[in-house]
Design a protein. Structure first.
Lengths: 114, 108
């Protein structure tokens, strides 16, 4: 079975540009999670969806960040405008029925903002 | 979610058992104990989880203390591919709070 697919794998862009990260969850999974990992802060949950509806976005750092899930097989995390401190590895994960079912992570997007 | 405490690093030899400890003294009665690991340059990977009873799967065993204030992840025969950061998390699966974890080094 295909795992969680994230694109792009690497993104380098200049400060102020819009960045869009993409995620395709595992088919049939109804929970989708976005995380950010940095050396300083470790792995942080940004937002998660259940059945395409955002449930908890308390981890989203500020209004420059937004996430959408237009259908069960696609989600985006957008940063506009981007700043150097947004540089990190962003992971998407999905799980089935959430209730203590394991999360399956993608390989991440390594984002560098110059 | 419960605060967890893990050693920063541990070392093991290949083909020997590894016991990774975790303290979670503030865990609530309904919080599960989850273990994930992260290999270099990869996303975290689920290892095992449990509530009260010891659990086994093809990857590892999880031994949970009777008072649930601590647990131990057991890798029965470490391989070089088990070198990773291991995270112990107390809470519900929808809100996993990752700490710094234990970096496991496996020596050949």
């Amino acid at each position: 079975d295909a795992g969680v697919i994230q694109s792009p794998r690497h993104e380098v862009t200049e400060m102020g540009q819009e960045v869009t990260l993409r995620c395709k969850p595992i088919s049939g999974h109804d929970y989708l999670f976005w995380y950010r990992q940095t050396m300083m802060r470790g792995l942080e949950l940004l937002i998660y969806f259940n059945n395409n509806v955002p449930i908890d976005d308390s981890g989203m750092p500020e209004d420059r960040f937004s996430a959408k899930m237009p259908n069960a097989s696609f989600s985006t995390l957008k940063i506009q405008p981007s700043e150097p401190r947004d540089s990190a590895v962003y992971f998407c994960a999905s799980s089935f029925r959430g209730n203590n079912q394991p999360q399956h992570f993608g390989d991440g997007t390594r984002l560098s903002i110059l | 979610d419960a605060k967890t405490t893990q050693p920063n690093s541990m070392e093991s030899n290949e083909e020997e058992p590894v016991h990774l400890p975790c303290n979670h003294s503030t865990i609530s009665g309904t919080d599960y104990i989850h273990w994930y690991r992260q290999l270099p340059s990869q996303g975290p990977e689920y290892v095992i989880h449990g509530l009260t009873s010891n659990v086994n799967n093809r990857m590892a065993s999880l031994a949970i203390a009777e008072d649930r204030k601590s647990s131990t992840l057991i890798l029965h025969r470490a391989t070089l591919r088990d070198a990773a950061v291991y995270y112990c998390i107390g809470g519900i699966s929808e809100k996993l709070v990752f700490g710094k974890g234990t970096k496991l080094t496996v020596n050949p």
